[in-house]
Write a protein that binds this ligand. Sequence first.
Ligand code: NAD
Ligand code: UDP
Ligand code: UDP
Length: 318
Amino acid sequence: MKGYNTKKRTLVTGGAGFLGSHLCERLLAEGNDVICLDNFFTGTKDNIAHLYENPHFEVMRHDVTFPLYVEVDEIYNLACPASPVHYQHDPVQTTKTSVHGAINMLGLAKRTKARIFQASTSEVYGDPEVHPQPENYWGRVNPIGPRSCYDEGKRCAETLFFDYQRQHGMDIKVARIFNTYGPRMHPNDGRVVSNFIVQALKNEPITLYGDGTQTRSFCYVDDLIEGFVRLMNMPAEFTGPVNLGNPGEFTMIELAEKIKVLTGSESELIHKPLPTDDPKQRQPNISLAKETMDWAPAVTLEQGLKSTIKYFEQLLRG
Ligand code: NAD
Ligand code: UDP
Ligand code: UDP
């Protein structure tokens, strides 16, 4: 009916963060009505300022650990600090965000009959003995270490999602996200890609933690967001958990060398102590996403790093 809103009403929690801001952009482009909810702990208004003019974009300052009453059709639950520096800043709040946040958003989804997506993480596998990690691997997580607030919080959130699904017949989607990078990463959040690029651009020493032989697999943000949307649009029977990440595996030394070349930096590589419980290796097995959703990353590390470097160059120029 003309004059009435027939758009899908989509809530994105953590919408002002790195991944959330890209997701809001994508959902608006697809014609959704987007509510971007954030408490601005790690997210910033700069990430979403370019969306303010869109009448179908709405920003809400709110903390997901408190109940929320809005009417929506779909929920993407991304609220949670993601970098070790930020999630260890107030670990109790981190667990509350994952657990109370999941309960509130699941309660909201139950009442509104909305489909709900959870941004889970490869950290549910902990420091894995199975490599690469498939979804049916249960993980090796320290329950009492400095990373536990994040890892166990996210594991408990998954438990809640599957219990709400079994108990209340809810429509859930759970993505296990592996390390993702791209424009709008926080320059000071301590994550390896942002740290190395900023250090390289400033010709400051590049800080390898430990001997630098630990591995990670880096997915470019556009590929990941494509995976989010595909998962959300899968039939109700497909709940996940499903790994989303780029299987290309690199040591931190290789990453540092690549960034040095791409920035033309003169930075030297130096070593710093390895943080407690830092996983030794991580690589997603993405067969499930490939087979069920026909999804695989398309952006190479070199292409993705180039556009991320461009973003940080502009940011540092002010
Ligand atoms: P981010 O820190 O940029 O974004 C998180 C957002 O959540 C921020 O805008 C922050 O202000 C907001 N937030 C935090 N606590 C909140 C609360 N209590 N109430 C409301 N908002 C709150 O991080 P990101 O990289 O964009 O991560 C988004 C999600 O994806 C997180 O749930 C994270 O655990 C998950 N994830 C990310 C990665 C990655 O590599 N980026 C990997 C695995 C999982
Ligand atoms: N909740 C919310 N918004 C809603 C509905 C529920 O924030 O629209 C919260 C509510 O505060 C509750 C939580 O979600 O604590 C779980 O809701 P549920 O209905 O599962 O549990 P109950 O209300 O029975 O505790
Ligand atoms: N790392 C590093 N130097 C840095 C920041 C991180 O060598 O300046 C290492 C870190 O020890 C870890 C890897 O890079 O082994 C990825 O760290 P990040 O915090 O980005 O993600 P996570 O450990 O959560 O996968």
